[in-house]
Design a binder for this molecule. Structure first.
Ligand code: MF3
Ligand code: CO
Ligand code: CO
Length: 265
């Protein structure tokens, strides 16, 4: 399957879908507090997407080959969960970190974005992991321009994450996105500068680094979805959907509540 270069009409629709996905995160932010269950967050987001935005929650019943259909409308990945955490009836508690990953479909096009939230007061170590992971996303975005290579993104992210003492998850990656949820190319968050596909205007893909406080290795729980760190260390993730433009890139998943870039430590 080739990389689909988006035309002006595709891009206009991807801008709408991207903003809507980010607005779901804005909407849910005040609810992310100690005592709330991830199932409640799922229900609130589901109802907002469907009833307020007229969107389809892309994860619900999503069934890539070899997977059981995903049972919920968002992913909620708490503490040692790397990604694809399935909402359940367990309450968040003070000191947790939780990634909420939202993908909407609007008018046939996908917008995909995630943020990691601090639940009440968290340890300085957890806060640092979340901040460094957010900066990793933006360091990846800094690389995106025509003529750059996909490997530039991964190399820049890996360099910063490892300099901070963390590891980069290798089994999951960013992806092309459009009418399809997961299109080509795969966007690795590690690698070597100058390698891989050359970027060109009209490409749309996500960058979504998963960074572990401990080792990079993972296991998948028996539900077939939940991905956790093998050493049970904390893991964080942030995600944006990007368009390659003539001069650089445009972040499609911005909204009023998008947190500011943290900056390097
Ligand atoms: N939103 C995730 C991503 O960034 C994919 C979730 S697939 C699901 O690619 F089925 F788990 F929802
Ligand atoms: Co996502
Ligand atoms: Co994604």
């Amino acid at each position: 399957m080739p990389i689909i270069i988006k035309n002006a009409e595709d891009i206009a629709k991807m801008r709408v879908a991207g903003r809507l996905a980010s607005e779901v995160l804005d909407y849910i932010t005040p609810y992310v507090q100690p005592g709330v269950t991830t199932e409640e967050l799922d229900r609130l987001c589901h109802d907002y997407m469907v009833n307020q935005q007229g969107c389809i929650p892309a994860p619900l019943n999503y069934a890539p080959e070899g997977h059981a259909p995903y049972p919920k409308s968002i992913c909620t990945s708490v503490n040692q969960v790397i990604c694809h955490g399935v909402p359940n009836d367990k309450a968040l508690k003070k000191g947790d970190i939780v990634n909420l990953d939202i993908t909407v479909i609007k008018d046939g096009y996908h917008g995909d974005t995630s943020r990691t939230f601090l639940v009440g007061e968290v340890t300085p170590q957890a806060k640092r992991l979340v901040r460094v992971t957010h900066e990793c996303l933006w360091i990846g975005i800094d690389q995106v321009k025509p003529g750059a290579h996909l490997g530039d993104i991964g190399a820049a992210i890996q360099k910063y994450a490892e300099a901070c003492g963390y590891s980069v998850v290798q089994e999951f990656c960013g992806h092309g996105i459009g009418r399809g949820f997961h299109e080509e190319p795969q966007v690795l968050h590690y690698g070597r500068a100058g390698t891989g596909v050359e970027l060109q205007p009209g490409m749309i893909f996500t960058i979504e680094p998963m960074i572990n406080a401990g080792k990079r290795h993972l296991k998948i729980l028996n539900d077939g979805w939940t991905v956790v760190t093998k050493d049970r260390s904390l893991s964080a993730q942030w995600e944006h959907t990007l368009l390659v433009t003539e001069t650089g890139c445009e972040v499609l998943t911005l909204s009023e509540g998008t947190p500011a870039r943290p900056g390097r430590e």
